[in-house]
Design a protein around this ligand. Sequence first.
Ligand code: PLP
Length: 403
Amino acid sequence: MTVPRGFQFFMHPGPTNIPHRVLMAMARPAVDFTAPEFVASRDRSLERMKGILKTTKGFVIAYAASGNGAWDASIANLFSPGDKVLVPTTGYFADRWATTARKYGLEVEVVPTPERRAVDPEAVARHLAADAKGAIKAVMLVQNETATGMRHPVAEVRAAMDRVGHPALYLVDTISSLASYDFRMDEWGVDLVVGGSQKGLMLPPGMSFTAIDGRAWEAAQSARNPRRYWDWREVVEDGRQVRFCGTPPMAHFHGLEVALDMIEEEGLENVFARHRRLADATRACVRAWGRGGGPEIFPLDSEFASDSLTAVLVPAGHDADRVRAIAQDRYSVALGRGLGELQGRVFRIGHMGDLNEPMLLGALAAIELALAEAGVPHARGGVEAAMDALRAPAGTPLAAAAD
Ligand code: PLP
């Protein structure tokens, strides 16, 4: 039996590694959540979240709930039973959001997307153009489908909606892209954004967000879906959240302040650049493994491969879960499993949040060992390919020393 020693390399696509600074900030005794100190911190963080989402028009509400709660909140507040919504399929998480809508009595019209491909904005436009009576109340898109490691074209879907002049609201799930790669709520005309704490924000699960613009807020005033815990009208005054239905997630707020400090210190665009760099290295590694018919990056178009995780498709007849089990049990490298119909076909390497090059390279090296031990055909040299992708040109200056 192997006794685990050293660090666990936690490479899940959420939850992600929690920085020590965040953990320490959260380890605080309870405080009065109506006291000025907490209220000021809460208000500051909700305001700063607008910067992450690049909105000045919208405002952010937080919930003591995982991302599923923010899905419920979006649907409970915006719609009435019988309303129709359009959901481009992207995989497991788009399906689950659609299921949530159905449970609230909504009719869901699906825009099918071929497996391993990104959502086609033209297909969305066709469905909207055929809706002459304006029955479709909203388009619901997942920006980063965590089950497939694929990014979907948020700005292009907006452009398609505008082209056909359809008035539907535009709802986007950013749970696994938030603070990992770019999202522009105002510029991309998104009316409602769903976010979560446990991925790019580097917090534990249990806090989620919706960012709401004027159109979404207006829709919530006349919507007839039942709501209590999620009711925006109970917690918002003058365009900002002033209370919670119940006790706020106080420890998460303590952690959020520090997580936002860390993002600000690095610079949001630098955070994105780091995610891109680690993603590029991971993709170079998987491509090297795949030479001559081995594992493949799940998205077929590299343009749409996610910067926050890579889903790796193992060759038919091989078991991705066996690779995961070896990586975990022998090398303490925790990987994400394939979800739904992808179970056993893919494993997922999370490379979002608090992560650097040696953590990634160590994990990729262990995965390469696990592939060999699981008998999955692959070419050697994945780690070298990842190193080549990371190699800085000779003479690149170091970041300024701290002292
Ligand atoms: N949406 C996406 C894209 C996700 O990746 C997840 C979780 O991983 C969710 C929604 C659901 O969030 P939670 O698990 O926090 O409820």
